[in-house]
Design a protein around this ligand. Structure first.
Ligand SMILES: CC(C)(COP(=O)(O)OP(=O)(O)OC[C@H]1O[C@@H](n2cnc3c(N)ncnc32)[C@H](O)[C@@H]1OP(=O)(O)O)[C@@H](O)C(=O)NCCC(=O)NCCS
Length: 122
C-alpha cells in the first residue's frame, strides 16, 4: 500500500489577494484534492469528503512559493478514511517549511453514492 501521496503546486497571482498572500480556500482546495487521492488509493473506490477537521495555517504562503502537499492515511474505519495533510512551502530564498496542516475524512461510496466498506486488511 502507498503510505504517502504527494503533489507539487506553484502559487500563481490568481491564487492570492492583492497583498500576495495565498487564499486559505486555495490551500484548503489543494489539501482536499491530495487528501482524496490518498483515500482513493487506499480504498480503490470512489471517495467523497465528509469532514474537514482542524486546519492550522502556521506561516503565510505567497505568490511564487512552491508548495509540496503530503497526504498520509492515518485511520481506516468501516467505510471512512482519515487523512493527515501537510503543506510545505519553499521559494528561491527560503528552504522548505511546514506552512499548513490539517486532517480530512473521506467516505468510500458505491455507484449509488452510498457508503461502501473499505478493505480492512490492506
Ligand atoms: C459522505 C456520505 C456518503 C455519508 O453518508 P451517511 O449516510 O451519512 O453515512 P453513514 O452515517 O453510514 O457514515 C458513513 C461513514 O462516514 C462517517 N461519517 C459520517 N459523518 C461524519 C462526520 N461528520 N465526520 C466524520 N465522519 C463521518 C461515519 O462515521 C462512517 O464511518 P465508518 O463507516 O468508517 O464507521 C454523505 O453524507 C454524503 O454524500 N455527503 C456529501 C459528500 C460530498 O458531496 N462531499 C463533497 C463536499 S462539497
Amino acid at each position: 500500500m502507498e503510505t504517502e501521496t504527494r503533489t507539487l503546486e506553484l502559487v500563481f497571482p490568481e491564487h492570492a489577494n492583492p497583498g500576495g498572500n495565498a487564499f486559505g480556500g486555495f490551500v484548503l482546495g489543494l489539501m482536499d484534492k491530495v487528501g482524496s487521492y490518498a483515500a482513493i488509493r487506499r480504498a480503490r473506490k470512489r471517495c467523497v469528503t465528509v469532514r474537514v477537521g482542524e486546519v492550522i495555517f502556521e506561516v503565510p504562503i505567497k505568490v511564487g512559493d512552491l508548495l509540496e502537499v503530503v497526504a498520509k492515511v492515518v485511520r481506516v474505519g468501516r467505510t471512512s478514511i482519515t487523512v493527515e495533510v501537510e503543506v510545505y512551502r519553499e521559494n528561491l530564498k527560503e528552504a522548505k517549511v511546514l506552512a499548513t496542516r490539517g486532517n480530512l475524512t473521506y467516505v468510500a461510496i458505491d455507484a449509488e453514492g452510498r457508503p461502501t466498506p473499505v478493505d480492512p486488511a490492506d
